[in-house]
Design a protein around this ligand. Structure first.
Ligand code: ADP
Ligand code: ZN
Ligand code: ZN
Length: 737
């Protein structure tokens, strides 16, 4: 065959760290369409890949092309639109396409298992049904036993037979030869075809005028339009989502709702199912492979009208997408920070555009990126400025830690406010974003601090387990009671949630104190139980980290105490102020969500810092406005584009040598308007025994930056300089280390 002959080449995405597709000749049978899995030879092994395109030629001569081994799907797993998103993700984030496709594919499908499991059955034939079992028993007792079992059930899955009669397969041969039983297979689980269970519907409140206006604005959009639903905590954003979802589903379209990692609470799921009368299909990291595949199938087949999931569900195939909602769109967990570093929020907008559907980005503290896009990128802002129903905004005040004495981190005014709240049978949330007992263990003699041997970081004291733990690499060791240098006793310095829990328990004996952080909720089900207790009002004092600060609705909660947020005031990251304002407004939003007004007390050693005046008097939007002004002058995002190239190695020099090479290439490419900064060591240079360094690329325009990233990827990938390093590209990084 000459190269000009007409033939098909499969262009296949394979899970490998290389940014290209691999060409194969089709195997016998019809040529698979794009979106279909194939098994192909790859190196010395075989791999499961996904056909992304069919070409009529290859850069390789035909004689060099290998042939695919088998086609794994009778029809494509991914539609054209689904594939577009995968390709877009790979292009935009400069990440190997095969790894993007793998990230979007459930594990069982990556392993080559069928989309729909086939079940093998054994059933009795009419001849078998009339056979004399007693006569058979004398000659072949095992066969008789098996025939008896199959006759009783008429039809049994091989799995069930395995249980009922181990070793049944041998006996089945004789029965098949006699024509007494036969094997059959069935594809697809019957449950998969049935509509989802209906749930009894509970009516919701009548929307207020702001909510109605929001609804009208979104419903007026014909096709693609991003909206920023900017509504204070408790303003009824979720009620607006519910109505939008209802009308979308009634029109026969699917809705995908993305929530932050810890936002997918049983509370939220129950609210969705009760109000809509359907069970949403959930997609999150804690699902088993089988459940994940079932959820994925339901989204793909269109059987699930509503899919609620964490960031990776942005890739789930949808039969008839009608709307994408991103709740808490400012939340950092919507950005994946390792491997394929993507922003599920930004991909939601890209997907919405491709599918020509509205995209709702909701938050009480919208990211500065999204707020700016309302100004210059056609996003439409919808505001819900006041709380829905009867609730009023909480009162916020500062406590100056220089003026008031404190015991165990709790100042006198805070203790007084907690006592008052308890006396009124209210509920208190004490927020401290630091888990463990104390962040530092210090020697009382020489001042030596316990450090991690693998990171440039201190060990955190955990008192319940009497261990020191590194929160960066997970290393742990037993508590040190005496200094290894001078033998003096060591003592914990500073406060974590565990210490605060102890302090509150002894200060308020007889009251239930519940701690909620990633240590206390490690065991399955503990989080759900603790939250249920808190919601029911059984817990008087809640102590917790970030985990407790988002999305929850505790009807009785009237007082929120922020123990220490001062480190956020002096953050070196240009996003520090934005983050601090978001986390404070979110935690404050837990207070006074029903009739009684909430109160928020923030302890600080820097009450004069201008940030406080701005936040307490102007609110989040005042912080946002000033910060955007500063970013514009300094040309930080959203007024410029950033990309970070990170490298790590066991030797400091190797990480730097790699980035020096990248810098040289970047300088050589000399793309107009792109600034190259570094390489420099990461702020915490050593982590888990590896030295980390980074190169920052900054550009006014997206196009120039992306051209440079393409060029760098082409020249770095597979080059010998990569041998001793792990490296990655982070487009639109949200943390500069
Ligand atoms: P958000 O999502 O903005 O935090 P929610 O939708 O959870 O707000 O609403 C906060 C509380 O106000 C909930 O208890 C909700 O039932 C109630 N609520 C929302 N909209 C209304 C309304 N129009 N009338 C009365 N109560 C409402
Ligand atoms: Zn010492
Ligand atoms: Zn460590």
């Amino acid at each position: 065959m000459s190269d000009s002959d007409n033939f098909s080449v499969l262009r296949v995405a394979i899970n490998a760290p290389l940014s290209r597709l691999f060409d194969y000749l089709p195997c016998d049978g019809p040529v698979p369409q794009p979106g279909t899995r194939v098994r192909v030879p790859f190196g010395r092994r075989t791999q499961v890949g996904v056909v992304l395109a069919i070409a009529d030629n290859s850069d390789l001569p035909t004689s060099k092309l290998k042939r695919a081994i088998e086609v794994l799907d009778p029809e494509p797993l991914f539609s054209e639109d689904d594939l577009w998103l995968l390709r877009f993700t790979s292009d935009y984030y400069h990440h190997p396409i095969g790894e993007v496709v793998a990230a979007a594919t459930p594990a069982r499908l990556r392993q080559g298992l069928p989309l729909y499991a086939t079940t093998e059955y054994v059933s009795v034939t009419p001849v078998g049904a009339d056979a004399e079992i007693d006569a058979l028993r004398k000659r072949a007792p095992k066969q008789a036993e098996l025939l008896g079992i199959v006759c009783d059930a008429e039809r049994l899955s091989t799995e069930a037979l395995e249980q009922a009669m181990p070793g049944w397969r041998r006996a089945s041969k004789g029965l098949v030869d006699k024509g007494y039983v036969e094997f059959s297979t069935m594809t697809g689980d019957a449950d998969d075809e049935a509509p989802l269970a209906n749930v009894e519907q509970v009516p919701g409140p009548t929307l207020n005028p702001d909510q109605r206006a929001a609804l009208r604005d979104v419903e007026a959009a014909a096709g693609f339009q991003p909206f920023v639903l900017d509504g204070v905590t408790g303003s009824g954003k979720t009620e607006v989502y519910l109505q939008l979802i209802r009308s979308c589903i009634d029109n026969g379209r699917q809705v995908l709702v993305l929530v932050p990692e810890i936002g997918l609470t049983p509370q939220l799921v129950r609210r969705f199912s009760q109000r809509l009368g359907i069970e949403p299909v959930l997609l999150h990291s804690a699902l088993s492979d089988t459940s994940r595949l079932a959820a994925w199938r339901a989204a793909r087949s269109g059987r699930a009208p509503l899919i609620v999931g964490t960031r990776s569900s942005i890739f789930v195939p949808l039969k008839s997408p009608g709307m994408i909602i991103v709740d808490e769109e400012h939340d950092v967990s919507l950005k994946q920070q390792e491997g394929l570093r993507y922003s599920a929020r930004d991909l939601a907008v890209a997907r919405g555009k491709r599918c020509d559907i509205p995209v709702i980005l909701g938050s009480a503290t919208p990211s500065l990126d999204s707020l700016q896009r309302c100004v210059d990128a056609g996003y439409q802002k919808i505001e819900l400025p006041s709380r829905a129903g009867k609730a009023v905004p909480p009162l916020m005040r500062l406590v100056d830690m220089n003026r008031y004495p404190s015991t165990e981190g709790l100042s006198d005014p805070v203790v007084a406010a907690i006592s008052r709240t308890i006396a009124e049978r209210g509920q208190v949330l004490v927020f401290l974003n630091r888990r463990g007992f104390a962040p530092t263990l210090i020697c009382s003699g020489c001042g030596r601090v316990a450090e991690c041997s693998r990171c440039d970081a201190r060990m955190t004291v955990h008192s319940a387990s009497q261990r020191l733990r590194c929160h960066h690499c997970g290393a742990e060791r037993p508590m040190e009671t005496e200094c290894i240098d001078c033998g003096s006793p060591c003592r914990p310095l500073g406060h974590g949630t565990e210490r605060l829990e102890d302090a509150l328990t002894s200060r308020f004996p007889g009251e239930t104190v519940t701690r909620i952080d990633s240590d206390s909720t490690r065991l399955k089900g503990t989080m759900t139980r603790a939250l249920a207790m808190a919601t029911a009002g059984e817990t008087r004092i809640l102590v917790g980290t970030q985990m407790l600060s988002k999305g929850h609705h505790f009807p009785n909660l009237t007082l929120v105490v922020v123990i220490n947020a001062d480190q956020g005031l002096f953050s070196t990251d240009f996003r520090g102020g934005e983050r601090l304002a978001q986390s404070l407004i979110q935690v404050a939003g837990r207070a006074g969500r029903e009739e009684r007004q909430g109160e928020v007390i923030i302890q600080t050693a820097f009450p004069q810092h201008p940030f406080w005046h701005e936040l307490l008097h102007g609110g989040y939007h005042s912080v946002a406005e000033r910060t955007l002004g500063e970013r514009e002058r300094a040309l930080w995002p959203p007024f410029s584009r950033l990309a970070l190239i990170r490298a790590s190695a066991t030797q400091r020099g190797e990480a730097h040598a790699f980035l020096d090479r990248a810098r040289l290439l970047a300088d050589h490419a000399a793309i107009d308007g792109v600034r190259v900064l570094g390489p420099v060591g990461a702020p915490m240079e050593r982590k888990a025994g590896r030295y980390r360094a980074q190169l920052l690329l900054q550009s006014r325009e997206r196009a120039g930056l992306h051209r440079l990233l393409d060029y760098l990827r082409d020249n770095l990938e597979g080059s010998p300089v990569t041998r001793k390093v792990r490296w990655s590209m982070d487009v639109d990084p949200i943390e500069l280390f």
